[in-house]
Design a protein around this ligand. Structure first.
Ligand SMILES: *[C@@H]1O[C@H](CO)[C@@H](O)[C@H](O)[C@H]1NC(C)=O
Ligand SMILES: *[C@@H]1O[C@H](CO)[C@@H](O)[C@H](O)[C@H]1NC(C)=O
Ligand SMILES: *[C@@H]1O[C@H](CO)[C@@H](O)[C@H](O)[C@H]1NC(C)=O
Length: 487
């Protein structure tokens, strides 16, 4: 053994030296791009492990001085010209005094179809003056409100559409990751503003004598419309973005529109051909409990409950684990495990319960994901994720193991396993996760107007990261288009 090890050890020495050199080189280049707007600030602080000389501005201060990313300039056809140097459109822009989003500074240029209001704000009861397609968004008080309650969980269709509308409203100060362009040849992605979750939640009941279901009619109309568009046909819809966050939304049309990029809650009810992590985006649910401000968040010793769970007991697929855990945990003194929906006043109770617990269980239900995870994060309770199939938003830039405990379902149901694990996490370790939770919680907040690195902004950035792959695929396909002799 030892004789054999000698020659490779020399090689190893060179390899280590080389890789150290490369590491230093790459960390130097990271420093140059200190304001990388594709990555959220908190993530960036993490990447720069501990280099105190680098001062990454906190999120709040970034509002007024958002720069575009130097190394990932916008994708529009103009900037693809080989002559475009760093000073050309969309590359390094001087920080502007103006707070409104300029087209050339945006990371993502979005073309939004002017679908008639029946597909979006009309579903909210909005009636424009005669022939208006969109409400004016200058004054947040005049925006048609989205219904509250649990419907709100899937409202990202609303927030994303509003954000695009706001990019043409000079008086609105918003995050600048995405901007709406009117000229389709400038666009990186084509946004389909159909409020599909609202349509499912509100219009799935048969209407009138003919028993027509509006949710289904709208989907059929949408498919017909999109498949007839030249912009869709050009690339078979691959550069189109469709929001279908409710697991049952777009049920009648998802297969026909499957080539598009979807914004989803998880892949639980989709065949892999229709939706998958390569092409689609996972967006956070909008939480329904109140967010706890950081300065009011209870610390380790102030949280008297070790583990908290409240949810429905009988679930269809994969949900039997809830019952098994219930019988394991129900008699533990410092565990709060109850069944039931939030119901009347239940949201406030759940809020208080989670806010005074160290750990909150997120157990697979009838879908792998639920808004509960985002409720948990909003109360800075450390999530314990017992859901093997779960997909998490923005996981390419967020390391969930920093602020969540993951437990395989098969381990969680071993007697004693879960509590031993949780009791073994001491105050220091817990506090680290709690601090990180407070940092990342703003990434799951939907705002109008959007704020840098909030959920809306993070979704656009995630779309931008996917667009590169779409571009690559489409460009590769073009390689040989001249190789057929025409005569
Ligand atoms: C980084 O290092 C400095 C001292 O070099 C220390 O004061 C600081 O707490 C460290 N920060 C983190 C996040 O570890
Ligand atoms: C709306 O209708 C009015 C007249 O009824 C017309 O002058 C105007 O151009 C129309 N606007 C659009 C956007 O079609
Ligand atoms: C749209 O953009 C393309 C490319 O930038 C340009 O050639 C065209 O003239 C523009 N169309 C309009 C209507 O402005």
């Amino acid at each position: 053994m030892s004789e054999k090890a000698k020659p490779p050890s020399r090689l190893l020495f060179y390899l280590i030296t080389l890789s150290l050199f490369l590491l230093i080189l790459s960390s130097l280049s990271l420093r140059q791009f200190g304001d990388v707007s594709l990555l959220p600030g908190s993530v960036f602080r993490l990447i720069l492990a501990n280099d105190t000389s680098i001062n990454v501005r906190p999120n709040v201060q970034r509002d007024s001085k958002i720069k575009t990313i130097p190394f990932l300039s916008p994708l529009s056809s103009k900037t693809q010209s080989p002559n475009s140097g760093p000073s050309s459109e969309g590359a390094i822009c001087p920080p502007s005094r103006s707070l409104s989003c300029e087209k050339n500074r945006a990371v993502l240029k979005v073309y939004m179809y002017d679908l008639p209001p029946e597909f979006h704000f009309g579903l909210l009861g909005w009636k424009g003056n005669g022939n208006e397609t969109w409400p004016t968004v200058n004054d947040p008080r005049h925006i048609p409100p989205y219904p509250g309650g649990l419907t709100l969980q899937h409202s990202m269709e609303f927030w994303l559409t509003l954000d695009l509308l706001a990019s043409n409203a000079p008086s609105v100060v918003k995050a600048c990751s995405a901007v709406r362009v009117e000229n389709s040849s400038e666009a990186d992605i084509f946004f389909v503003p159909f409020f599909s979750s609202l349509s499912y939640n509100r219009y799935s009941k048969p209407l009138g004598k003919e028993k027509l279901v509006l949710n289904r009619i709208l989907q059929e109309k949408l498919v017909q419309y999109l498949l007839g568009q030249d912009l869709w046909k050009r690339h078979g819809g691959k550069d189109h973005l469709i929001v279908a966050h409710h697991p049952n939304s777009m049920l009648h049309s998802r297969k026909k529109l499957a080539s598009a990029m979807f914004v989803l809650a998880d892949f639980g009810r989709y065949p892999a051909k229709v939706a998958n992590i390569e092409k689609d985006i996972i967006a956070p649910y909008k939480h329904v409990v109140r967010s706890i401000p950081n300065d009011q968040s209870a610390k380790f010793d102030q949280r008297s409950i070790l583990a908290y769970f409240k949810g429905a007991i009988y679930r269809k697929d994969g949900g039997t684990i809830r019952q098994e855990l219930y019988y394991l945990l129900k008699d533990e003194k410092d565990v709060h495990f109850t069944f039931g929906s939030y119901g009347k006043n239940g949201v406030n109770k759940a809020n208080a319960g989670m806010a005074s617990s160290k750990f909150c269980l997120h157990i697979a239900g009838d879908t792998p994901s639920s808004n509960r995870l985002f409720d948990i994060v909003a109360t800075h309770c450390v999530p314990v994720i017992i859901s093997d199939e779960i997909e998490l938003p923005f996981e390419d830039v967020l390391d969930y193991s920093d602020f969540c405990v993951f437990v395989h379902a098969s381990d969680a149901i071993k007697p004693g396993y879960l509590l031993k694990l949780l009791r073994g996490i001491d105050r220091d370790e817990w506090t680290k996760m709690w601090v990180r939770l407070q940092e990342i919680a703003p990434h799951f907040e939907y705002n109008y107007p959007s704020k840098p690195d909030d959920a809306v902004d993070m979704i656009w950035k995630a779309v931008r990261r996917k667009v590169s792959a779409v571009r690559l695929e489409l460009n590769r396909k073009k390689r040989y288009y001249r190789s057929q002799p025409t005569s």
